[in-house]
Write a protein that binds this ligand. Sequence first.
Ligand code: MTE
Length: 328
Amino acid sequence: MLTQVKRLWELPESAATDESVFLERRRLCKAIAAGPALLAGGGAGAAWAAAKAGEDPTADLYPVKRNEKYTIEPRKLTEEGHAITYNNFYEFGSHKRIAKAAQKLKIRPWMVKIDGMVEKEMTVDFDDLIRQMPLEERLYRFRCVEAWSMAVPWSGFPMKALVDFAKPLSGAKYVVMKTAEQKDTMPGLKQFWYPWPYLEGLTIEEATNELAFIATGMYGKPIPRQNGAPLRLAVPWKYGFKNIKSLVSFTFTDTQPVSYWEKIAKREYGFWANVNPKVDHPRWSQASERVLGGGQKRVPTLLYNGYAEQVAGLYTGMEKKLGDRLFR
Ligand code: MTE
């Protein structure tokens, strides 16, 4: 992401808390919320042992069966080498070559908190959660707001399955997601003028749209740290910055959140961020995109990144009220 705007922000409470205290607190919440079922299950314990030994405890789940419904024609899949070395992950630096630094990200134990307007708040271990979700592979296009693009084979599960698991109350209108804050592994967190933690949100209708996907793997393997291990969002009709990485919480609320980039530069990176070639970024055109790994080759950008059939209905009548804000 490119921005010249820098502002001062107060540190959130979780960033000011020592990591081990924070984790311990979350482990406790998990025990309280989940009760005997998760405490007794040997799954998480075995998973942590495997992770300590350097193995990914979910490696046995991959590759998963491809859902052929989602094609990227006429685009081609991006070579894995490009997708895993050209990244945006500001927690590890505000440039594209963060893959090496991101290897420090600690991905076990990994707790996911589900809270806010839900029947029952809980914190679940990722290794237990993933084994309850319907895994599949999907080929998706991906369009960054910076006007480059790729096409990736994600593995994971429809976000709707997670929303169903969370059991939101009828008054919940949005789901807010946050990225982990690991002060000891993420040098970017020292850049206190950024409003950590990285935060994004979707309406419940967007989150339960068939395209909204929680990616846990890519290229037939568990997702690499630099791409958002162990779980990240994939919403291919929106600009890349909505695709928040390394998720630790899903909060259901009736209030539209102010996302990370919106706090930094509201005019440039808004809440909706739907891809539209006709609505330029205030500082550059969005009419075409550079294909990652394709030299300087540019291709025309498509409305909703080519997914209008699945998602245009979500926004019927909203353009009148929101205008260009629906597309930035
Ligand atoms: N999530 C977090 N936590 N931190 C980030 O800096 N960058 C976003 C998004 N998710 C970002 C993030 C942006 S701007 C893009 S384009 C995509 O991640 C990049 O995903 P990739 O590195 O897997 O290509």
